[in-house]
Design a protein around this ligand. Structure first.
Ligand SMILES: *Cc1c(COP(=O)(O)O)cnc(C)c1O
Length: 456
C-alpha cells in the first residue's frame, strides 16, 4: 500500500504527457526476424517497404537502436484533442470482488472513434502529410480503425479510402456514417475496384469478406495510386511504438503515487495496444529491473498465440504483403463470427511474438460468454460499457483479483481498457437474450489454416 491516498482517477496535465515514444525493440536481446519478400525470400529493403508505407513509418519500423523516438509537436498537438486518457483506480470493482488486490485500468475509449487506435492514426496521418502525400488507404474490420483514421485525416487534411469488411459494412451501418462524417470514403470489401477483390469475388461470390482481403485491396490501391500510401492499424512495430503513449502515461501517473504493477493485462488483436501498454514496464523487465507478470488475452475463437505456430506468414489472406515471423493460425484461417471483431486476426505482432517465444509474457485464451459476464459486472460497478475486445482483459483481471482474494495477496493489477462498447450493442443484445455462443476451433480447423503456411 502506498502512503498517499490514491484518487479514483489519476489524471495527468497536458504538460506531463510524454514527449517521446518508447521503442521496445531497443531493449530486446533477440530482435525479431526481418520481414521477407515472398518472391525472393530475402529480407525486405527499406525502399521496398516505402512503396507501400510512409517513409518515416518505415524508418521507425526498422529502428532497433533508439530507445526513445521524439513525438513531433504536430502530433502532440492533436493528442491534446483526446489525451491524456484517464487512468482509473477500480475501487468499485475491487469492492464488488472483495479482493485485497489493487486494480487500475487505462481507458482509451474516450474519443469519438472509441478506442486506442487514434494514437497511431494520428501519427501515421501526420507523417503522410509531412511527406507530401495526398491520400492514404486502409482496411477496417469492426470499424474502429477506419473511424480513427478518418478523424486523423480530417485533422491533417488527407483523403482517405477505407476498405471495410463487408459483414461489418452491413452489420454496423453507423460506423461508416462516422467515417463519412469525417470525410472518409468507405468501400465494402471484397469490391470490384481492385484485382484482389475481383479475384476473391470470382472464387467466393457470397463471401462476407475478411480483414486479410480488405488489406489486400487497400495495399493494391495504395501502390497503384500516385501520392498514396497504405496505413495499418496494428501488428507492425511502428504501430506498437505509437501506442507506447498508453504505457508511458500509466507509468508517469503511477510513479507519482509509488505504485508498481505486479500484473499487466491486455487484450490482443494484432497486439498494438498491449505492446503499447506494456512498453515501459517490459523495457524494465528486459533489463532485469522488475518481474512483472505480463498476460496477453485473446479470444478462444481466434487463438493466434496460445494455439498458433511461430512461423513466417503473410499479413493478409491475398498473400501480397511481406512475410512476417509471428505466431499465426495461417493467413487462410477463417475465424468464426465472434463479436470481438478487433481480435479476429490470424497473426500477432512480431515484437510480442518474439517476447512470448522468449518467455517474457504469457497468454490466456478466453471464451466470449465468460468475457461478456465480466463486461456486465464491470459496467455495473465502474460505469463504463466496455468494448467486447477490452472485456477480454477485464475477464482476466477479474480472475487474477479473485485469486488474490483466495490467497490474500495484495497484488497491483493494471489492465488496458481499450475502448467503449457503444458500437457493439448487437453483441450485448445477443448476450442479454442468451443466444451468444462460444466458438472454439477444432484441431482440424486449425490444421487447415496451418496447411496454408508458406514454406520459407
Ligand atoms: C482494434 C481494437 C483492439 C485490438 O487492438 P490491437 O492493438 O490490434 O491488439 C482492442 N480493443 C479495441 C476496442 C479495438 O478497437
Amino acid at each position: 500500500m502506498s502512503a498517499k491516498k490514491i484518487p479514483y482517477k489519476l489524471y495527468l496535465t497536458e504538460e506531463e504527457m510524454p514527449r517521446t515514444w518508447l521503442n521496445l525493440k531497443a531493449f530486446m536481446k533477440n530482435a525479431h526476424p526481418p520481414f521477407l519478400n515472398p518472391a525472393t525470400g530475402k529480407p525486405c529493403a527499406a525502399e521496398e517497404l516505402e512503396q507501400v508505407f510512409c517513409k518515416e513509418c518505415v524508418e521507425q519500423e526498422l529502428n532497433t537502436s533508439d530507445e526513445e523516438i521524439e513525438i513531433p509537436a504536430g502530433i502532440r498537438d492533436f493528442y491534446t484533442n483526446f489525451r491524456p486518457s484517464p487512468l482509473v483506480r477500480a475501487y468499485f470493482l475491487e469492492r464488488a470482488l472483495d479482493t485485497p488486490a489493487e486494480i487500475y485500468y487505462k481507458f482509451e475509449g474516450n474519443n469519438t472513434s472509441g478506442s486506442h487506435k487514434l494514437n497511431s492514426a494520428a501519427a501515421q496521418a501526420y507523417y503522410a502529410k509531412k511527406q507530401g502525400l495526398t491520400s492514404v488507404t486502409t482496411e477496417t474490420g469492426a470499424g474502429q480503425w477506419g473511424t480513427a483514421l478518418a478523424m486523423a485525416c480530417a485533422f491533417y487534411g488527407l483523403e482517405l479510402k477505407v476498405f471495410m469488411v463487408k459483414t461489418s459494412y452491413e452489420q454496423k451501418p453507423y460506423r461508416k456514417e462516422v467515417i463519412k462524417t469525417y470525410g472518409g470514403n468507405v468501400i465494402p470489401s471484397p469490391s470490384d475496384t481492385t484485382e484482389a477483390g475481383r479475384k476473391i469475388l470470382a472464387e467466393f461470390p457470397g463471401t462476407g469478406g475478411s480483414l486479410g482481403c480488405a488489406i489486400a485491396e487497400a495495399v493494391e490501391t495504395a501502390v497503384k495510386t500516385p501520392g498514396c500510401r497504405y496505413v495499418l492499424g496494428s501488428v507492425l512495430d511502428h504501430v506498437l511504438l505509437h501506442q507506447s503513449v498508453i504505457g508511458l502515461e500509466c507509468k508517469t501517473a503511477l510513479d507519482k503515487y509509488g505504485v508498481r504493477p505486479d500484473v499487466i493485462i491486455g487484450c490482443m488483436g494484432g497486439g498494438s495496444n498491449y505492446g503499447g501498454l506494456v512498453a515501459p514496464y517490459m523495457a524494465e523487465k528486459l533489463q532485469g529491473k522488475n518481474d512483472v507478470d505480463f498476460i496477453g488475452v485473446e479470444p478462444a475463437s481466434c487463438p493466434s498465440m496460445s494455439r498458433g505456430k511461430y512461423a513466417y506468414d503473410y499479413c493478409d489472406s491475398a498473400k501480397i504483403t511481406p512475410l512476417a515471423k509471428m505466431y499465426t493460425l495461417g493467413c487462410g484461417f477463417m475465424p468464426s463470427a465472434d463479436h470481438a471483431g478487433g481480435l479476429r486476426y490470424h497473426g500477432m505482432s512480431p515484437v510480442l511474438s518474439q517476447l512470448y517465444h522468449d518467455g517474457y509474457m504469457r497468454v490466456r485464451a478466453v471464451k466470449q460468454t465468460e468475457v461478456f459476464e465480466a463486461a456486465e459486472k464491470f459496467a455495473r460497478c465502474e460505469g463504463i460499457l466496455p468494448a467486447p475486445e477490452s472485456a477480454h482483459a477485464i475477464k482476466v483481471a477479474v480472475d487474477e483479483a479473485v485469486k488474490c482474494r483466495q490467497t490474500g495477496e495484495k497484488k497491483v493489477i493494471l489492465f488496458g481498457l481499450t475502448g467503449t462498447g457503444y458500437f457493439d450493442l448487437a453483441a450485448y443484445k445477443s448476450f442479454n437474450e442468451g443466444t451468444m455462443k462460444d466458438y472454439i476451433p477444432t484441431d482440424e480447423d486449425l490444421g487447415r489454416g496451418f496447411a496454408g503456411l508458406p514454406e520459407v
